[in-house]
Design a protein around this ligand. Sequence first.
Ligand SMILES: Cc1cc2nc3c(=O)[nH]c(=O)nc-3n(C[C@H](O)[C@H](O)[C@H](O)COP(=O)(O)OP(=O)(O)OC[C@H]3O[C@@H](n4cnc5c(N)ncnc54)[C@H](O)[C@@H]3O)c2cc1C
Length: 424
Amino acid sequence: MMEERTGASPPPSSPPGGMKGLDLRTPTADDSVNGVMPQRVVWVRNAKEVVQVVCAAAAQREPLVVRGGGTLLSIGNAPRALTSILAMQNMNRILDYSPEDMVVTAQAGTSLAALDHELAQARQRVAIESSQPQTATIGGVAAANSNTGAAYAFGYPRDQILGMTVVDGNGRILEVGGRVVKNVAGYDMPRLFIGSFGTLAVITEVTVRTQPRPEARENISLEFIDQQSLKDAQQRLFRANLPLCNFDIDAEPDGHRLRWRLHLSTEGSVKDVEHARMSAAALSRGGSPAPASPGKPQRLDHSANFVARFSTRPGVAIEETSDLLTTAGAIVETPRAVIECGGALVRLYAECKSSAEASALTAACQEKCSALAGALLFERLPAEQRNHVDVWSGPIGGLVLMRRLKEKFDPCRVFAPGRFVGGI
Ligand SMILES: Cc1cc2nc3c(=O)[nH]c(=O)nc-3n(C[C@H](O)[C@H](O)[C@H](O)COP(=O)(O)OP(=O)(O)OC[C@H]3O[C@@H](n4cnc5c(N)ncnc54)[C@H](O)[C@@H]3O)c2cc1C
């Protein structure tokens, strides 16, 4: 259980003297983080300014939340306290790009669209995508370890990022990782900061590997009314080892049964894509072309006020999703689920019409998570529910070590206190 928060903003105070010369702005309602209003928004232009903000915040014990594009800022518990938003979008330069080495370094506030534009000229790209590429930043996707694109083939930012520069809570500029694909010595430090949701350090620069831009990409969507046919198709596709870059399944109730849609994407040369499309269609027998084939499930479901993300295993993902939807269907009207990345994770989407529905669905998800022995993250909850629930559920290994890392990198607890697992 979490302590209840009122969401009221603290009385405004003047910025600490250490923030002199910075671009400080008055917050608007859009700057609140899960209902908690900051007192100011600081727009930084370079790492030196980031150090200045962090040192001033640490000296005054004034917590801050780092913001990239702000598209995923709602994920996490509400901060215990919040004085400043550290806005990164003016740190948006590409610092070094060598197409022949297939590596690019950009400031953390660079949008994915700007990065893609630059790389397109050398017929390359980074294999990290966002549903909002104009807004999402390379620092933000790194901090959230999110990839809505070809994750089935390329994995998540953890697998694509080679190095980064960060400013920790002591105001130290730390360079971690490098600019080569095979870093042979030392701990893989960038991984520590990737997925840390801005609770350990401010990421100021990111070095990421680039990939050749595919000549062609095709999406295939097939509908299944029978769960076993879908499962058989999934297993045949796994064994065939086709060049698939996306492998997602979505499911929703249709009367008394579930309607399943399998969404595959393949990319490469025109010839390879055509071959993969034909093989995938043959292996997916039992399915019929889905009407209005969307290619990829619409993950960005704005109508849902409840989104829960489960870690699962490909071998059981279809059965578990079926079970989850049956349970959810008894609580809310139109739950929907998306199985991503071949079955690595499942997102449940629902529209809760009352707090009773939200509480019942939250409890059902927690129960399901215990049965799966995997992690559960409530990515979105109705406001009244959010204040009573720890959004990070399930077994969390290494919490003691994580707390020690937090202590070392952020001793004054300036970075988003209370937002992360275990109240970190
Ligand atoms: C409705 C919705 C659905 C989405 N669905 C998916 C999905 O299904 N799968 C998926 O993989 N992704 C998904 N995304 C994520 C999407 O790709 C995000 O746009 C992206 O990950 C976040 O980038 P951002 O710059 O907007 O980060 P922000 O939203 O600004 O920040 C995200 C987190 O990173 C921290 N942060 C940001 N920048 C830095 C920095 N420089 N240093 C340290 N910490 C920082 C923030 O404090 C915050 O905790 C979804 C986004 C939305 C809005």
